[in-house]
Design a protein around this ligand. Structure first.
Ligand code: URP
Ligand code: ZN
Ligand code: ZN
Length: 493
């Protein structure tokens, strides 16, 4: 038999459990999983990978990336090939990237443009589509995207005024439409008007360096937008997913809504869990600018709350918002922090950072790690169990994880197409030994083996049972007009 791989001797970890089991992969999928005490015979010609001492887990799914994004007057340096290759080196086998149409650009045209760019991807990928403006064509294109193109999530930026920001009118129109289609609304929650006003105030006060960035985007700005958008979703009876939740203020809004029974999901970036806002006061301008992203890094006490959010299930997914700009691109904002392109690296390191700081410290179990790095995203974006599981018939997107493998993260050795790393010098224990993408070994003991264009677009149908808000306050199906005796119209003259 050709194209077969047996993974022998490992401990299979899923979001549900951990057990010793051999796996057989044939072609692109998992063909058999042995019983705990059974050794799986390798069919003739099969490659046998020794996984003893290692964990065999679903490959990571990063639900928030921006490969080759045109943004703030430049283009993100990481393209779909280099980005998904770097992902594979870190154990991530799928990214969900964002189509971001310019205001007035038809959604379908933008979607097809991104599909073209993404053809070079080395691992599988999906695409969320941003709604940045509104008219009837946007309404119609949302329908076409869900029905014909496997898009079940739409993105809304409440920040970036004058560029891609949605006002409440666009949010409401889009949320209603997504609700009718059974699609999920995702949101970048920061009050863009406040950011704009604070940016001018900070700049006019003479603060022109990267330290001005967090001053213009304090936690309250995120908390206000998170509260507002959650309330909008509640009134309209639609589920909502907050991307890159970075602070206590937003986490509290999510927690309150979830405790009230509202269908609210929230993501946290690995970066926000381990890096704090002291980076913006680095005397080296480049180093400070490297960390300019939105929402910004927060004072340290927010990290404890974010970890607790992940542990308690209030935050379900981890992502990277991988959006790389090299040092010369960052320098577009020398003398004016408002012009520093927003975004940082992370796709290669998310799994190891989460393992080292989460599993090794006892904050997360190995199964919780799998849920937070893969399975929960697969469930929320409706690609489970094809992705995010270790099951017979599922795609063989797997990472064989060596819990004792040490690595010091550095731009000198990473595979990401960016000339710095915000994790420079961080030692992480627990790293991939092998990564498999649909049955192909794409990373093996330090060596990348990805192929340009081998990744496939993954269609994400809308959920069959829609997550309507359970406690809809304004349920028009239940209210009736009041029957009244109307006053006689006044006689004329
Ligand atoms: O700074 C960031 N996060 N850049 C990418 C765009 C976004 O806001 O997600
Ligand atoms: Zn964002
Ligand atoms: Zn983003």
């Amino acid at each position: 038999m050709t194209d077969a791989i047996v993974i022998r001797g490992g401990t299979v970890v899923t979001a549900d459990d951990e057990r010793r089991a051999d796996l057989l992969i044939v072609g692109e999928t998992i063909a058999a999983i042995a019983e705990e005490d059974e050794t799986l015979d390798a069919p003739g010609g099969a490659r046998v990978i020794d996984a003893s001492g290692a964990f065999v887990m679903p490959g990571g799914i990063d639900p928030h990336t921006h490969m080759e994004l045109p943004f703030m007057g430049t283009v993100a340096s990481e393209d779909f090939f280099t980005g998904t290759s770097a992902a594979a080196a870190g154990g991530t086998t799928m990214a969900i990237d964002f189509v971001i149409p310019d205001p007035q650009e038809p959604l379908l045209a933008a979607f097809h443009k991104w599909r073209g760019w993404a053809e070079k991807a080395a691992c599988d990928y999906g695409l969320h589509v941003a709604v940045t403006w509104w008219d009837k064509s946007v309404h119609d294109d949302m329908g076409t995207l869900t029905r014909e193109h496997g898009v079940n999530s739409f993105k809304h930026f409440m920040a970036y005024k004058g560029a891609i920001m949605c006002d409440d009118e666009v949010l409401i129109n889009s949320f209603r439409r997504a609700g009718d289609l059974g699609a999920l609304c995702t949101v970048h929650a920061e009050n863009g008007e406040l950011v704009w006003a604070l940016q001018q105030a900070v700049f006019e006060a003479g603060i022109t360096g990267p330290e001005g960035h967090p001053l213009s985007r304090p936690p309250e700005v995120e908390g206000e937008a998170a509260n507002r958008v959650i309330r909008i979703a509640e009134v309209l009876g639609v589920p909502v997913y907050l991307v890159h939740t970075s602070c206590i203020d937003a986490l509290e809004a999510v927690t309150r809504a979830r405790l009230e029974g509202q269908r609210v999901f929230a993501e946290v970036l690995a970066q926000h869990l381990v890096i704090d806002d002291s980076v913006y006061r680095d005397p080296d301008w480049d180093k400070a600018a490297h960390h300019v992203m939105s929402p910004p890094f927060r004072p340290k006490h927010h990290q404890d709350a974010l970890w607790a959010g992940l542990q308690s299930g209030m935050l379900q997914t981890t992502a990277t918002d991988h959006c790389c700009f090299c040092t010369p691109q960052k320098r577009m904002g020398l003398g004016d922090f408002r012009k520093i392109p927003n975004g940082t690296n992370g796709i290669e390191d998310r799994m190891a950072v989460l393992w080292h700081h989460g599993v090794r410290t006892g904050k997360l179990t190995a199964s919780e790690f799998v849920a937070a790095t893969s399975t929960n995203a697969a469930k929320i974006f409706n690609i489970y169990p094809q992705k995010g599981s270790v099951r017979v018939g599922a795609d063989a997107d797997l990472v064989i994880w060596d819990p004792s493998k040490r690595r010091t993260i550095s731009a000198k050795t990473h595979n990401q197409n960016i000339d710095f790393s915000i994790y420079e010098g961080m030692e992480v224990i627990g790293n991939p030994a092998f990564t498999l993408s649909r049955g192909r070994v794409v990373y093996e003991d330090g060596e990348l083996k990805t192929t340009r264009g081998a990744g496939r677009y993954v269609e994400r149908p809308c959920h069959a049972t829609y997550w309507a808000a359970q406690n809809l306050r304004n349920d028009l199906a239940r209210v009736r007009p009041v029957e009244r005796v109307l006053p006689e119209p006044e006689q004329e003259g």
